[in-house]
Design a binder for this molecule. Sequence first.
Ligand code: ATP
Ligand code: MG
Length: 387
Amino acid sequence: MEKIFIVHYGEVGLKGKNRSFFEKKLVQNIRLSLKDIGYTEVRRIYGRILVTLQAEADVVAIRERLGKVMGIAHFELACAAALDIEAIQAAALAWIEDKRFNTLKVETKRANKRFPLTSPEVSAAVGGYLLKHTGAKADMHNPDLRCNIEIVENSAYIYTDKIRGVGGLPVGVSGNVLVMLSGGLDSPVAAWRMMKRGVKAIFIHFYSYPYTDKASLEKVEELAQILATWNYQTRIYLVPFGEVQREIVTKTPAPFRVILYRRMMVRIAQRIAAAAKANALVTGESLGQVASQTLGNIRVIEAVAELPILRPLIGDDKVEIIARAEQIGTYETSILPHDDCCSLFVPKHPATNASLAAVREAEADLEIDTLIAQAVEAVETRTIDPS
Ligand code: ATP
Ligand code: MG
């Protein structure tokens, strides 16, 4: 019996050119997700996508991969039958035989109007046949088992269970963003949330080596590797930040340090964003979580931004963020200890509500353009392929 997956996507707001762009991207991403795992073809038909499988394909593994493709609303494992009512009856019986149920309902959709029976006629013919051979009863309202039949161009497809997809939009349809990835809990989750809205994430990480060890570099590469499951091939920009911090520590008042680090990060990130064709920056900030994430400080940091700074976690609680990190698999890596570049030289009493004027004055002695140029000059990139 030939097995296939039928993939459905949300259609709200999808019209004209956007729709075909969205569908093509989804097909492309499904192919990337399944590239080493036994599909024969991924193609679009009638507002859905069919994934045909090799005879030996690992159905469980494919199911798991499809569950991680952004843009899939739900999908089903189905079997194919020839376009002939007796073939459909036999295939439907074989498909449901080993399931346990007392009541049953057959539902049919007919996209191929040349098939001689109407949808209700197919449901009646297959329903009658299944009831006779299984001893089950019909129940039109609350059946134990729903047997769905779809009649398309060259085949009929039969399936029973809908599997929920992750939803959202296919990665890539919304353009690129540059995610500031720290190695902590929040920023990987922020990246995932934005990927779910169809962006391709590119990462930037600031590290203080040799002032700290290299643990944060290893962590961000590992996090990027995990996130590549959704994001596919993933680029990381690694920016040495130790010299910038040293300048800030020697030339500016202690309470403003974290804010000044952040303003420098944003300035440097914008330069990288231009090179990476990213239209926004993304951070893992959540309002009030730490001193630098008060509204007042966010405002002062954002004042240097020329690109939008997106903060998908701004209204989330820590417990919500942790639950999501566990779900997407970044939690274990994120909680490994590392020296955060911003915990380096951090003052005892950071400012929580600095004024823009005071911060600008504090920055007056910094050679900002030179520091940006030096950091950009020393950037290294890594490319990570999904494992
Ligand atoms: P996270 O858990 O994501 O590290 P956090 O709770 O530690 O966040 P902060 O250290 O205040 O919060 O960082 C706020 C945001 O700034 C991070 O979510 C991240 O987007 C960005 N950020 C902080 N440090 C770095 C860094 N070293 N490199 C890149 N981005 C960073
Ligand atoms: Mg952090």
